[in-house]
Ligand binder design. Sequence first.
Ligand code: NAD
Length: 292
Amino acid sequence: LPEQEAFDIEYWLLEEAKLQRMPRPKSLAGRVALVTGGAGGIGAATAERFLREGACVMLADIDAEALAATVENLSIRYGKDVLRGVPMNVTSEAQVGDAYAAMGVEFGGIDILVSNAGIASSAPVEETSLALWNRNMDILSTGYFLVSREAFRMMRVQGIGGSVVFVASKNGLAASPNASAYCTAKAAEIHLARCLALEGAEAGIRVNVVNPDAVLRGSKIWEGEWLDQRASTYGTDKQGLEEMYRQRSLLKRSVLPEDIAEGVYFFAADLSAKSTGNILNVDAGNVQAFTR
Ligand code: NAD
């Protein structure tokens, strides 16, 4: 390296180390969050973002084994006191109720709900069975309703407001080929968020949406049938798909779970105290949003 460049790098590394040692107030200290679909992908990245800001986090997921592994892994870095896991199927009214009861027992309430648990499963409309249609509606639309209804109940009793963040999808705004069930369920999530923003405002409950574009790395969705469906729709493999999404974005960058977590954090924290009923697309500037 040229001498000046090496000096600059060393200088910035020292600055960074100084910054890391410096105590700074944590923006979510004292806050309690429930993150659904927290066993991996976007949910786990969001949990980590919150833990870094001093929140206590309850992870909920249908996959009990993956959930336990993620809780264990994050506990090593952030301690056992600030993290819990609860197995929960978002389509089960009883299990959602039990998870909120656990929030009360373990952390004394809730300040932040991240409704994120989801699947991606679709087909051309002629091949979409009623079961496939209902699966999308149940997990995505109805699941988001059930977890936010309980958050509203708890937050109203607490009387200090709160923040609800939906991880929806850019497919809830823009149609995607051969994915009508998924796109429609995601559109319902977005409209539910708008309705809840209206209902919660007086009580100080904010409701906002983060729409990811395709996040291929670190997401289980892209290991299963969704990958096969997208690959056959676009006639390419996983790597080709990632490149296609990257090229389609204005910034020519792939979107990662951590990028989505940053958007969720913005809506969860007081940074966005004056935002409700809003949508943030984290999509590197997806061209579907533009006419050109
Ligand atoms: P992921 O599969 O890695 O994580 C989703 C989690 O939800 C999994 O741990 C899964 O076990 C859990 N889950 C599924 N069904 C559940 C149920 N009935 N009850 C409770 N938990 C359940 O995928 P991800 O990419 O992290 O997805 C998170 C959210 O982001 C989903 O709502 C998804 O639709 C949305 N999204 C993802 C992408 C992407 O490309 N990855 C793009 C747009 C939107």
